[in-house]
Design a protein around this ligand. Structure first.
Ligand code: GSH
Length: 233
């Protein structure tokens, strides 16, 4: 038996994306299993992951199930200590933990108003004012992290870490809903859009799973931006 991670629609399930992307980006020996949201397959899959009620859910090879993205990320970091899921530097690691926990618990308005949709890209959405406070907070915390820990690369706390995987779906929302962001957020979003693992995840989202009409919005559409488009916004 091996570790198994239960996930849902890669285009829409942002919590699935965080942990699935982490596993794929770091090449962790965890197999992925998917079920589509809003289908009978979803509870059927989770029945094998009791007591989980949501995805992601991780079943370890001894049968133990871990629910909740933050706990799963921590457990993977413990199981694979040499993989570098958290920054090695102690201050950067502490900071990355705080950023990750804030994502897990926060940004409720952004998450509610802009549900992740890696398949459809909108322009001129009327969402900017509603989500501005969350965007301002992101610009602040991403900027502080990068100023202190990330002078040499595009990520938050040095090398790509759990914190970056947790914010990857936010980059997807900024790109997908055409949200106007400050220079730090634009550059950080562009880094995600250029990241091969992010791109592979989005390709999987385009290819896998049914159309989920609940994510449709009545806004004009445009094409998915290239990383360079973000830097110009
Ligand atoms: N707090 C949970 C949230 C997980 C979550 O809400 N997952 C969604 C998919 S993105 C889900 O499983 N929804 C199905 C449901 O609520 O029935 C975590 O961090 O893992």
């Amino acid at each position: 038996m091996t570790h198994i991670l239960a996930l849902a629609d890669p285009a829409h399930s942002s919590w699935s994306m965080r942990i699935g992307l982490l596993v794929q980006r770091f090449g962790l020996p965890v197999s992925l299993t998917f079920a589509d949201l809003y289908t009978s397959d979803f509870p059927k899959m989770l029945a094998e992951f009791a007591p989980a009620r949501t995805v992601p859910a991780l079943k370890l090879e001894d049968g133990t199930v871990v629910c909740e993205s933050l706990a799963i990320a921590e457990e993977l970091a413990s199981r694979f200590p040499d993989a570098g899921l958290w920054p090695q530097d102690t201050a950067a690691r502490a900071h990355a933990r705080g950023l990750t926990a804030e994502m897990h618990a926060g940004f409720v308005v952004l998450r509610d108003k802009c549900p992740m949709n890696l398949r459809t890209t909108y322009a001129n959405t009327p969402l900017q004012a509603e989500v501005q406070a969350d965007l301002d907070r992101l610009e602040d915390i991403w900027g502080r992290a990068r100023d202190r820990f990330a002078a040499d690369g595009p990520w938050l706390c040095g090398p790509y870490s759990i914190a970056d995987a947790f914010y990857a779906p936010v980059a997807g929302r900024i790109a997908g809903y055409g949200l106007k962001v400050g220079p730090v957020s634009a550059a950080y979003t562009a880094a995600h859009l250029a990241d091969p693992a992010f791109r592979a995840w989005r390709e999987m989202g385009l290819a896998q799973g049914p159309h989920q009409a609940t994510y449709d919005r009545p806004y004009p559409q445009r094409s998915w931006p290239e990383p360079a488009d973000l830097n110009q916004s």
